[in-house]
Design a protein around this ligand. Structure first.
Ligand SMILES: Nc1ncnc2c1ncn2[C@@H]1O[C@H](COP(=O)(O)OP(=O)(O)O)[C@@H](O)[C@H]1O
Ligand SMILES: [Mg+2]
Length: 346
């Protein structure tokens, strides 16, 4: 039963009034009217005093704590007002402390739940991604063992296919390792000074064959001979550019397709833009392509099939350089990826 403050105050003041009246009656020659008056005065005054103390200093605050816990159960609570600048009573400050504590705990619980879902999804994604190349390689090898090895031509074809699947597996594991290194902070970004065009050229050299197979062009808009110096981790920026240019080739149109790398020198930074005239990305997909393993459904085909980790890695690397990677695109009209790096103007 919830004890009402009025009831408590009445019982206590009754005790006080009875004691006062008894004391008065002990005094010789006290008329009974005086005893009754003393009883009534002490009853009302102590009732009022106790009632206000209990109601306003204790019960009101206890009630607040109580409602707070009720709200806690419904995950809906707001921080109580600070008491209009007056010093808080101990119970009021206790109320504030509990609210603060509850807010923190609630946030922790929500974060833990989010992490748990994220972890589950991540494991499901990894298993799925690992399964595909392993199954494929397994299939080719067992077919060979079951007799296909006797035909030299088929043997070579199947072994090449198995090797390709295992290369894909290796690529996936390397990507996962890079991602975890960056996330754990193990891979600290170096601060090196280098010419961004030198990296662009190295990326183009590596991907030239791939582009010419699709009859696509790789272009850089270098119109000055002097180097454009940036301060960043050279190896990681190479990784970012390689993935962006490779994506431009993979998701670009054959013949007439191009990937153009532009570099714009600004006051204290350099903006790098990687542009293509390929399939483009819808605005819904643009919001998700930087997530791990996210691939636009149509591009899940085997021949294009990367790990879906490239852009996740690229965005983590750029963020570790205290910058951000952006995409702008219209379906069918190509895409532009851009990021900025610190530089030295020369
Ligand atoms: N230049 C681009 N044009 C069109 N789509 C792109 C482009 N770059 C990335 N995407 C889309 O974003 C997805 C994620 O890219 P990424 O993380 O590099 O993975 P992957 O290259 O392994 O598929 C790709 O699967 C593709 O659907
Ligand atoms: Mg990629």
């Amino acid at each position: 039963m919830f004890i009402q403050p009025r009831f408590i105050s009445f019982v206590l003041s009754l005790f006080i009034a009875i004691s006062t009246a008894s004391f008065c009656s002990l005094v010789p020659n006290t008329p009974s009217t005086s005893v009754a008056t003393a009883f009534l005065i002490s009853l009302t005054s102590s009732f009022l005093l106790i009632y206000f103390t209990v109601e306003y200093l204790i019960f009101k605050e206890l009630f607040k704590i109580n409602t707070l816990f009720e709200k806690l159960k419904k995950k809906d609570f707001k921080f109580p007002k600070s008491g209009n600048g007056f010093k808080l009573s101990p119970i009021e400050s206790l109320n504030r402390e509990i609210t603060l504590f509850a807010q923190l705990k609630q946030k922790e619980i929500e974060d833990l739940k989010k992490n748990e879902t994220y972890r589950k999804e991540f494991i499901a994604d990894i298993s799925h991604e690992l399964k595909t190349p392993i199954f494929a390689a397994q299939g080719y090898i067992y077919t060979l063992l079951d007799g296909a090895k006797d035909d030299a031509e088929v043997s070579e074809k199947f072994l090449k296919k198995a090797a390709k699947s295992l290369d894909g597996l290796d690529e996936l594991v390397q990507d996962l390792l890079t991602l975890s290194e960056i996330e754990m902070g193990a891979a600290k970004m170096k601060k090196e000074q280098f010419d961004i065009f030198q990296i662009v050229n190295e990326v183009f050299d590596q991907l030239d064959k791939k582009a010419s197979k699709k009859k696509m062009k790789l272009i850089s808009d270098r119109n000055v001979e002097k180097p454009i110096l940036v301060i960043a981790d050279q190896k990681r920026i190479f990784q970012v550019l390689r993935n962006l240019v490779e994506n431009g080739i993979k998701y670009g149109f054959d013949e007439g397709g191009y990937v153009l790398v532009k570099v714009r020198q600004e006051l204290d930074c350099v903006e790098v833009l990687v542009e293509d005239n390929g399939t483009g990305i819808t605005s819904d997909d643009q919001k998700r392509i930087f997530e791990r393993f996210y691939r636009v459904e149509k591009s899940r085909s085997k021949d294009k099939g990367g790990s879906g980790l490239g852009l996740a890695i690229a965005s983590q690397i750029i963020e570790a350089h205290k910058s951000k990677i952006f995409v702008s695109s219209k379906p069918g009209k190509g895409a532009v990826f851009s990021f900025k790096l610190f530089s030295i103007k020369n």
